[in-house]
Design a protein around this ligand. Structure first.
Ligand code: HEM
Length: 409
């Protein structure tokens, strides 16, 4: 194949999983923002791709879904090109009316009235957990708090039996394990397929139980009684279950961990929320901006098109790095600083932008706001009890471990 030279070649391959595991991704992105807001990386573990790293260009691409497709048949929404037999259709990886119809089906489960209905339950569960945390004893915040709260939320959202919620956690981990092809050996593929089939069978059973009952407002009931999602083929059911489980779980989980990391590094942050509880809502946006739980979304060009002065050719992969757009100095002053009072924190791209913007954003905001308020209310101080560990993946920005300790303030 002849080399393409009509484009700026990326100074860095920002898809390299090790920069996420080592937490060294900030400088490469800052350099790209300064020198080349859009650039071509000809070689990476995930093949060639365009990197879009500034706030305005990410929004520009997302505002043109008819040109920059999310659809599975062209490669889907992550930098990883999955083999067709591994790719599961779901509505985040669909375009046009099919996407719109499925999104419309689940959207009411996240309406303000539904959130209001859930608030007391979320607060009660969060308060009980935060009050049960030991003083002066190191523990892993990811395991004890972030994972526990988000899996619990998911079980409630799916009306899933509480005593089986460990299964949801395991399926979520398998669904979001998008390792590069060379790391997907036969044992991995066999276990992955076993886990996903187990998830399909269990949630199908839940769906059938709901089908037999009159429609209600919860997520599964809405899906099963709808025209758009009531009779999906097997792989599409599996894909949509995985989307809702991963979408609602890994993302919120990592924002919860980021909050604890921020407060452990700087005790003044928790004091600020204690003295100014009115800052909680803005703080949730700032934490999502700073953490960017979804590092990127990918699109594929359906035709030649110019963005930021570069011609993207039909069929090329375009990676939208939210983790960089959320640090764009042109929009966010002093972007590495966490400022709970940041006046434009809401402009972050952590939930994406345009027709695919996160449908569960309100639920995430509600869970995070309640957690922040409850940690402030507990009155203890968070301290680091070891180094955070991050997962080696360029897709979700994952805290694998966050050792902390609570001490009396
Ligand atoms: C879509 C981030 C929480 C369900 C998305 C997208 C992002 C995102 C970046 C893609 C947007 C785009 O392509 O423009 C986040 C973050 C969260 C979070 C950072 C937490 C802090 C949730 C929750 C749920 C959820 C709690 C539900 C249980 C979904 C679904 C989509 C989506 C179903 C697909 C929407 C569509 O394609 O129309 N989310 N999300 N997310 N999210 Fe979230």
């Amino acid at each position: 194949m002849t080399e393409v030279i009509d484009r700026p070649i990326s100074l860095f391959d920002v898809s390299d999983p090790s920069i996420y595991a080592n937490d060294t991704w900030r400088e490469p992105f800052a350099a790209l923002r300064r020198a080349m807001p859009i650039s071509w990386c000809p070689k990476s573990p995930f093949g060639p791709y365009w990197s879009v790293v500034t706030h305005d260009l990410i929004r520009e691409v997302e505002a043109k879904p008819h040109i920059f497709s999310s659809a599975d048949e062209y490669g889907g929404i992550t930098i990883i090109d999955l083999e067709p037999e591994r790719s599961l259709p779901n509505f985040i990886a669909m375009d046009g009316p099919r996407h719109a119809a499925q999104r419309r089906t689940v959207q009411p489960a996240f309406n303000p009235s539904e959130m209001e209905r859930r608030e007391d339950e979320i607060r009660g569960r969060t308060r009980a957990l935060i009050e049960s945390l030991p003083l002066d004893t190191p523990f892993d915040w990811v395991e004890k708090v972030s994972t526990e709260l988000t899996i619990g939320m998911l079980a409630i959202l799916f009306d899933f039996p509480w005593e089986e919620k460990a299964d949801l956690r395991r399926w979520s981990d398998w669904s979001s394990d998008l390792r590069p092809p060379e790391l997907r050996d036969e044992a991995f593929l066999a276990e992955s397929s076993f886990q996903l089939n187990q998830m399909l069978a269990r949630i199908d059973r839940l769906m059938e139980e709901k089908r037999a009952l009159p429609p209600t407002d919860d997520l599964i009931s809405r899906m099963v009684h709808s025209e758009a999602m009531g009779h999906m083929p097997e792989r599409e059911r599996l894909g949509n279950y995985a989307l809702l489980i991963v979408g609602g779980n890994d993302t919120t989980r990592n924002s919860m961990s980021a909050f604890a990391d921020i407060c452990a590094r700087d005790p003044a942050k928790l004091d600020q929320l204690r003295t100014h509880p009115d800052l909680v809502a803005n703080a949730t946006q700032e934490v999502i901006r700073w953490q960017s739980p979804v590092s990127h979304m990918r699109r594929t060009a359906l035709e030649d098109h110019e963005i930021g002065g570069q011609t993207i050719r039909k069929g090329e992969k375009v990676v939208l790095w939210y983790i960089s757009g959320n640090r764009d100095e042109a929009v966010f002053a002093d972007p590495e600083t966490v400022d709970f009072a940041r006046e434009n924190a809401r402009r972050h791209l952590g939930f994406g932008f345009g027709v695919h913007r996160c449908v569960g954003a309100r639920l995430a905001e509600l869970q995070l706001g309640i957690l922040f308020a409850e940690v402030a209310r507990r009155g203890a101080r968070l301290e680091p009890a070891g180094k955070p560990q991050w997962a080696p993946t360029p897709f979700l920005h994952i805290y694998a471990q966050l050792p902390v300790r609570l001490v009396q303030a």
